[in-house]
Design a protein around this ligand. Structure first.
Ligand code: KG4
Ligand code: ZN
Length: 335
C-alpha cells in the first residue's frame, strides 16, 4: 500500500499529513493567527505565512509518522479552489519534493478532498455509494451526489456567499474576530434561538443564498442600536443562537429537498461548518427521526487539513491518476 504525503495550503492553514493504507500517521496543521485582526483572511499575509510554515510543518509530519522521506510513495497537493498566492506555495513545494525524490505528483480538488475525508480509516462506518454530501466551508456551500471516490456531481450550490462566510460576516457585524463561526457556535450555546428573526431567502431548487440574510442581520442590529447602543453586548448569546439557527435552517431545508429529489438516504456532511455543534446535533436528530444514515467526519477532519488531501491522493494513486510537473494551481476549480 502506498504512503502518501498530503499538502494543503489553499487558504490560511498550512498542513501536511502522512497516510498509509487509509490510516493517518500524522496530520500537522499550522493556523495563521495574523488574520484575526483584519476580520478576514488577507491573501498576501496568508501566502507569506505559508512560506514560513511549509518546511517545518512537513518536517514535523514526517517525524511524527516515524517514517523516512524515502518511504513516501507520492505527494498529493491542493490544486484549487483557493487563494492563488497560498496555493502556489503548496504546489511549488510539492513539485520540488516529488522531483527530488523521483515520486509521482497528484493534484487534488480541495472540495472533493473535504468529502473523501469520510474514508480516512478510523474504524468508523463509511458512507455507501451513492451518497449525498452537504459540503459547507468558508468559500463553498454545495450539495454533491457522490457516486464513487472519483465521480461526483454538484447538484446545488450557493449563488452568493458560502455558509461559513455567512457565519464569519455575521460575527464581524457583532464585533467578533475572524474566524467568527466557532465563536458564534460557542456563544449560541447559552442563547435563545427564537429571540430574533431574520429574512429568509427564496431560492429555487437546490441552490442557496446567504447574502440577504447577512443584510437582514445588519439592518436589524442597526435598528436596535438606535435605541440601545449596548444592544449587541446585552444580547450577544441570543443573537448568536438566532443567527446560527437561521443559517442551519437554510442548510437543512435544502438538504431535505435534495433527499426527496434524489431518493438517496445516505447523507454526509463535510467542510469547516460541519464542525458546528448545533448543525451536528440537529442533523443527528433529523436523521434518527427520518431514518437517514448520517456520516459526520471527526472534528479535526472538518476544517482544513492535509489528511483529507492525502486520502484523496490515495484513491488517485490506486487509479494511477498522476499529474505532470507543469501542473498549475487554480483559484476557481470545479468538478
Ligand atoms: O473548510 P474550512 O476550514 O475552510 C475552507 O475551505 O473555507 O471552513 C472554514 C469555515 C469558516 O468560515 C469558519 O468560520 C467555519 O468554517 N467554521 C464554523 C465552525 N468551525 C469552523 N462555523 C460554524 N461553527 C463552527 N463551529
Ligand atoms: Zn476547506
Amino acid at each position: 500500500m502506498p504512503i502518501i504525503l498530503g499538502i494543503e495550503s489553499s487558504c490560511d492553514d498550512t498542513s501536511a499529513a502522512i497516510l498509509s493504507n487509509q490510516k493517518i500517521l500524522s496530520n500537522i496543521v499550522a493556523n495563521q493567527e495574523v488574520h484575526s485582526l483584519y476580520g478576514g483572511v488577507v491573501p498576501e499575509l496568508a501566502s507569506r505565512a505559508h512560506q514560513q510554515n511549509i518546511i517545518p510543518v512537513v518536517d514535523a509530519a514526517i517525524k511524527q509518522a516515524n517514517i523516512k522521506k524515502h518511504d513516501i510513495s507520492a505527494v498529493a497537493f491542493t490544486k484549487g479552489p483557493g487563494l492563488l498566492g497560498s496555493l502556489l506555495v503548496g504546489t511549488s513545494f510539492s513539485k520540488g519534493f516529488a522531483i527530488g525524490l523521483n515520486i509521482p505528483l497528484i493534484a487534488i480538488n480541495h472540495m472533493q478532498a473535504h468529502i473523501l475525508a469520510h474514508f480516512i480509516d478510523e474504524d468508523q462506518k463509511t458512507p455507501n455509494f451513492p451518497f449525498l454530501c452537504l459540503t459547507v466551508s468558508g468559500g463553498h456551500t454545495q450539495i454533491v451526489k457522490v457516486e464513487n471516490y472519483n465521480k461526483m456531481t454538484i447538484i446545488g450550490t450557493t449563488l452568493d456567499d458560502a455558509a461559513g462566510e455567512a457565519f464569519d460576516k455575521s460575527a464581524k457585524i457583532l464585533g467578533l474576530p475572524y474566524p467568527g463561526g466557532p465563536l458564534i457556535d460557542k456563544y449560541a450555546k447559552n442563547g435563545d434561538k427564537t429571540a430574533f428573526k431574520f429574512g429568509k431567502p427564496k431560492i429555487k431548487e437546490l441552490d442557496f443564498s446567504f447574502s440577504g440574510l447577512k443584510t437582514s442581520i445588519l439592518y436589524s442590529i442597526q435598528n436596535y442600536q438606535k435605541d440601545n447602543p449596548n444592544f449587541i453586548s446585552k444580547n450577544l448569546e441570543n443573537l448568536c443562537a438566532s443567527i446560527q439557527y437561521s443559517i442551519v435552517t437554510i442548510l437543512l431545508e435544502k438538504l431535505e429537498k435534495a433527499i426527496k429529489k434524489t431518493g438517496i438516504k445516505e447523507i454526509a456532511i463535510a467542510g469547516g461548518v460541519s464542525a458546528n455543534s448545533y448543525f451536528r446535533s440537529t442533523l443527528k436528530k433529523l436523521s434518527n427521526d427520518k431514518k437517514y444514515n448520517l456520516y459526520i467526519p471527526k472534528f479535526e477532519y472538518c476544517t482544513d487539513n492535509a489528511a483529507m488531501i492525502a486520502i484523496a491522493g490515495h484513491f488517485k494513486y490506486l487509479d494511477k491518476e498522476f499529474s505532470n510537473h507543469t501542473e498549475t494551481p487554480q483559484a476557481s476549480l470545479s468538478f
